[in-house]
Write a protein that binds this ligand. Structure first.
Ligand SMILES: [Fe+2]
Length: 259
């Protein structure tokens, strides 16, 4: 499996707190079936602003340790960019923010409350530069929980949708778990990743059984293996057409209509 979202680099953000912890995170990922992982420390203006140079330095130290300990996992560079115009103040070269530094896929997150208006324009600008935005943990945004079809809109704008394995397992609450399930059932989730922050976080492979219960084994493998592997190889990602989510009418809604 390929995990495209992780905070395994120590002391750059709210993720791993030491090289030893990073190694445990990697060991647990490997044991769960992961053989490639993208290190995506936050770039969050005003909060986590490690430079590309810092990231590369820490990544190279981790790679040395992985080599020493003979761990069988590939690690690629990436960032999780808080989607705001200010992100360009910290790194002008957009390519350096993308997964594998190759300028094709950019992992982005937005405020978890209301998604700001400028997001649409920023997505459009990225597309013009040939960059495909990957929306991190889409199921966690308040606006998507309220209206899962919002993901449909971003898919039509050319984005990929990433879902956290912990959300599927209910680690972020029942509303987020329900939304993750809705997105997957309606083909509005393209990739599942871990977003691991500590040695206690759930590694990607731990959710595979739950995932297959929702979408079946074939699609489950596309979500954790086929599509994320295309991302790290900078290849196009094949996605099915999304289905519209139609909430079932509750008794309360029906009663309101009758009155
Ligand atoms: Fe993250």
């Amino acid at each position: 499996m390929v995990d495209i979202h992780s905070h395994i680099l120590p002391l750059l953000d709210d993720g791993s707190r030491a090289l030893e912890e990073s190694i445990v995170m990697l060991q647990k990922s490997i044991a769960s079936g992961v053989d490639a992982i993208v290190a995506t420390p936050h770039l969050y203006p005003g909060r986590y602003v490690a430079s590309t140079l810092d990231r590369d330095q820490v990544l190279s130290e981790l790679l040395d340790e992985v080599h020493q300990q003979q761990l069988h996992i590939e690690i690629f560079p990436g960032r999780e960019c808080f989607f705001a115009p200010e992100m360009y103040d910290y790194e002008k070269d957009i390519g350096k923010l993308t997964i594998t530094d190759n300028g094709k896929y950019l992992l982005i997150e937005s405020p978890l409350g209301e998604i700001p208006q400028y997001v649409d324009q920023m997505i459009f600008d990225l597309q013009i530069r040939g960059v495909t935005p990957v929306i991190a943990h889409a199921e966690r945004y308040h606006d998507v929980i309220e209206n899962p079809n919002l993901a449909h809109k971003y898919i039509q704008m050319g984005c990929l949708i990433q879902i956290n394995v912990g959300s599927l397992l209910g680690e972020s609450g029942s509303d987020i778990q329900r939304t993750a399930k809705i997105l997957l059932e309606h083909r509005m989730g393209h990739i599942v990743a871990s977003d691991i922050h500590t040695h206690m976080s759930t590694p990607l492979g731990k959710g595979f059984e739950t995932l297959t219960e929702i979408v079946g084994e074939e699609e489950g493998l596309r979500l954790v293996e086929e599509r994320p592997r295309s991302v790290i190889k900078n290849l196009p990602v094949q996605c099915p057409d999304p289905l519209e989510y139609r909430p079932k009418k509750s008794f309360r809604n029906l009663w309101g209509l009758l009155q």
